[in-house]
Design a protein around this ligand. Structure first.
Ligand code: PLP
Length: 400
């Protein structure tokens, strides 16, 4: 991460194509657009790249989650299972459709623990959202099987994992659908933007119409043309300028991943020297997007000692249990049931008035794991000095 390190002539040319026509909008204006449909082209290229049947571009990765949940028919009274280590958008989207999130533990993949998932499935579960956090895969084969056996769709939140594969198969293609984000810190960026991929044509049609105010896209699949409306929708459309940048960035994605992998391998080789260190379980090292490097110390105390030395040597690592906004016990607005809605919805259901309570102590396995885990973000362009400063700091941490 992130793709904005590589903005160049390719992105500029794509954007100018759009500005030259003056048509910034993905639909209509057929007479003026000189055959240029950048969002549509980006969708087709993204579907081909990931090997999925259909791709639907939207305005953000959060919108991608919401549009996918809507198309899957999820709403009030439903439970959606996700993991307690993710970006807040995953569960915000669940609330946005009126459903309630249920959180699983993460395991050594730092993603959804399939054993805990089995325990959390209830008669109300309508969807499972594993997240491929920090650019590396969840145990998605196992999770997809559990979903299939229970008849529950699996929506992969691959927001951070564009370009990541398991044995050549792209993340986002294991479940019923997969979502991506192209925000400012994601590997492929369009400034703001998102994408949903699926092999299910009906699901894609519903997403296409829902994200465009319910306009029917029947006469012209993936585009306007009809005059009817099959259901109520909303506006989550992507702009042509974003689609244009996406086309240029997608062409660079594999080289971005390769650069990150090379950096990650080097840092890992040095981190290996720390006594007792272990690494995040990878489903397929060769397909890893390598946007982050995670290593585990033996306990919280060793993690604190090691990170102190790293900090003193100018290369402090991130402990997601403490100083970020991606972990269940730190979501104070979730734990506090804080909502702008006067009646307290979605934390208070108007029908039964009982507030849903989330207990910060309820994921002890995740807490124990994240408290001994340290993480470095990996970028595409890492100066040799930066690499050496991390390597030198890690060598100093070997003896503490
Ligand atoms: C970034 C992110 C999102 C949301 O994407 P936006 O484009 O910022 O709305 C969703 N899920 C995860 C895991 C993310 O990291």
């Amino acid at each position: 991460m992130p793709g904005f390190e590589l903005f160049g002539d390719e992105e500029k040319k794509q954007v100018l194509d759009v500005l030259d026509t003056g048509v910034l909008f993905r639909y209509e204006f057929g007479d003026q657009r000189q055959g240029i449909y950048k969002v549509k082209e980006f969708e087709e290229k993204f579907a081909a790249y990931t090997g999925s049947g259909y791709a639907q571009a939207v305005s953000s990765g959060s919108a991608a989650l919401k549009v996918a949940l809507k198309a899957l028919g999820i709403g009030p009274g439903d439970e959606v299972i996700t993991q307690g280590f993710t970006f807040v958008a995953t569960w915000e989207a669940i609330f946005e459709v009126g459903a309630l999130p249920v959180f699983t533990e993460v395991d050594s993949t730092l993603n959804m623990d399939p054993e805990d998932l089995k325990k959390k499935i209830s008669p109300k579960t309508r969807c499972i959202i594993p997240v491929h956090m920090l650019g590396s895969a969840a145990r998605i084969d196992d999770i997809a099987k559990i979903g299939a056996r229970a008849g529950i769709p699996v929506l992969e939140d691959a927001a951070q994992a564009a370009g990541c594969r398991i044995n050549g198969k792209h993340l986002g293609t294991f479940g019923t659908c997969g979502t991506f984000s192209f925000d400012s810190v994601k590997t492929l960026t369009t400034g703001e933007g998102g994408m949903i991929i699926t092999d299910d044509q009906t699901l894609w049609q519903d997403m296409s119409e829902y994200h465009d105010h319910g306009h029917d896209h029947i006469a012209n699949p993936g585009g306007r043309g009809g005059e009817g409306r099959r259901f109520v929708g909303f506006n989550y459309r992507m702009m042509e300028l974003q689609g244009a940048i996406g086309i240029a960035q997608l062409a660079k994605l594999d080289s971005m991943v390769n650069a990150q992998q090379a950096h990650k391998v080097r840092i890992k080789e040095t981190a290996r020297l720390i006594p007792g260190v272990t690494f995040r379980t990878q489903m397929d090292d060769s397909g890893d997007s390598a946007s982050f490097f995670a290593f585990m110390l033996q306990d919280r105390e060793q993690r604190i000692r090691v990170n102190k030395v790293l900090k003193e040597n100018g290369a402090e690592a991130i402990c997601f249990a403490e100083n970020t906004w991606h972990y269940f016990p730190q979501w104070e607005h979730l734990l506090g049931g804080l909502s702008l809605t006067k009646g307290g919805w979605p934390f208070i259901d108007p029908a039964n008035k009982k507030r849903v309570v989330f207990d910060p102590q309820s994921l002890p396995q995740s807490t124990a794991l994240l408290e001994r885990t340290l993480i470095y973000p990996i970028s595409i362009k890492m100066a040799e000095e930066k690499m050496q400063s991390i390597e030198n700091a890690l060598k100093k941490a070997v003896s503490v």
